[in-house]
Design a protein around this ligand. Structure first.
Ligand code: MF3
Ligand code: CO
Ligand code: CO
Length: 278
């Protein structure tokens, strides 16, 4: 067990190691993350008109790969721990890490698409929910509340706050609606690395965990279930689903802690951060 949180002020041009330290980045890194994050947001924006009934999820993955490559970036998931796709597409009761396939989307589905372009050495990691055709009210409510959870978490992110303040705010908001907060997957530090310290848990106690300091980069990516919080992994080794097969939703932003708050790197330039997008 790590007794002390170690912070490491990094040279933005240096190689960074996955050594458990929380990296504190400088202005050049913020600029790199702004560009990578903006590309992630542009990809999620471009998907809006494509996420319709009848589309195959592997066709959406092809689109993500092509747009990422055309922008001079690489999908960080491609080849990551044996993952062979350019994004994750998680439909209905799939919590996260859904694998693009020949399966088609159908009217009433709720879908998370999670992209991570690696641009000039920086990772922009973001996901949004999409509504396919006519979605029932209780599913739309889950999507709305999950977005609120993400943004309420981000509101806690400023120097001097603790990481646990973020999870506490998210958990309180979700549980007020009797939704379940997934425990098995967390947000994460990122930058030159895709998944780095710290782990950003989405159900936590306020006042606990590492103190937030300017220059920290991490994601917040709450997964919220309409039912119980439990998940299981399917035999493909990736797909996480709700144990009770209830619907699940997720949104993700990549952020950086600034002197007086935080900067969101993955905001939609078109104002399409959450549905309805029409
Ligand atoms: N983008 C996901 C995250 O938010 C990670 C996906 S890893 C994969 O951390 F291999 F499943 F694609
Ligand atoms: Co992430
Ligand atoms: Co992601």
């Amino acid at each position: 067990m790590r007794l002390m949180t170690e912070y490491l002020t990094v040279d933005d041009n240096d190689v960074q190691l996955r050594d458990g330290t929380i990296k504190l980045h400088g202005p050049a890194a913020f600029e790199g993350m702004r560009r990578a994050g903006r590309l992630a947001a542009e990809i999620l924006d471009a998907l809006v008109p494509l996420v319709v009934p009848g589309v195959r999820t592997d066709a959406l993955d092809d689109f993500v790969r092509q747009m990422t490559l055309d922008a001079g970036a690489i999908p960080a998931t491609l080849g990551y721990r044996g993952y062979a796709h350019s994004c994750c597409i998680s439909v209905n009761h799939v919590v996260c890490h859904g694998i693009p396939s020949e399966k088609t989307l159908k009217d009433g589905d709720i879908v998370n698409i999670d992209v991570t372009p690696l641009l000039d050495g920086w990772h922009g990691d973001s996901s949004r929910m999409y509504l396919v055709g006519d979605v029932p009210l209780k599913a739309r409510r889950l999507v709305d509340v999950t977005y609120e959870c993400l943004m309420i978490g981000i509101e806690q992110a400023r120097p001097g706050a603790r990481l646990g303040d973020i999870g506490a705010a998210i958990q309180a908001h979700a549980e007020k609606q009797r939704y379940g907060v997934v425990r098995e997957f967390c947000g994460h530090g990122l930058g030159r690395l895709f998944h780095d310290a710290p782990e950003v848990i989405h159900a936590a106690r306020a006042g606990t965990g590492p103190e937030l300091r300017p220059g920290m980069f991490f994601t917040i990516e709450p997964m919220i279930n309409l039912g119980k919080p439990g998940v299981k992994i399917l035999d493909d080794g990736w797909t996480a689903v709700t144990r009770d097969r209830s619907l699940s939703a997720q949104f993700e932003h990549s952020i950086g802690i600034t002197e007086d708050g935080c900067e969101i790197f993955t905001t939609s330039p078109k104002g399409l951060d959450k549905p309805p997008y029409a």
